[in-house]
Design a protein around this ligand. Sequence first.
Ligand code: FES
Length: 218
Amino acid sequence: MNNWLYSETVKDHFLHPRNFLSGDEADFAADGVGEVGSPACGDVMKMWIKVKDGKIIDLQWKTFGCASAIGSTSMLSEMVLENGGMKIETALKITPADILKKLGGLPTNKIHCSVLGDKVLRAAVKNYLEKKGEPKKKPSKIICVCLGVTERELDLSVAAGERTFAEFQRRTKAGTGCGKCVAKIEKLLAKKIDQYSDKTCCSFCKKDCPSKTSRTND
Ligand code: FES
């Protein structure tokens, strides 16, 4: 394969994806299921997890995505299942940067694909916890469908001091899929920065926010 832009590790995971669901999802009998992405953007990812004693002991996934999405999710699945499975809290600490490092990098215009695995794992864990009866949090509005980025993430970004779309995008990869959400997010960001400057706190938490105390003390 000439002009292959990917590392040998990505190539290996793309050609031989680990923990890929090849059979019927019903046969896997998952404890939690997550799905992210949008067919309009090209990448859709689904993941099933089995949990025992707080550890993810098995995981399968499926995608209609590119080599980067396949490679990064395959690598993530190996990282989570290494040594008999990670504790849920540890697995949730894996970042797209950790996956990229293990893969030996990805082409810049494909980095957004590495966040899909991370997001679908979070969605599967959330589903597992909800099934277990943990109280449901009110879902936040999705502002970037391709990458599953929520308005809550934007609120937290503003509260954390980020003031540009570039900063928000660097962290969440919002807008790096089809790009249709960028103008809307930029507008919303400007509005939230205004609200944040006007009020004693951010528009997300409004009260009892640690930043409220620090702002009041400024
Ligand atoms: S909706 Fe496609 S990149 Fe945000």
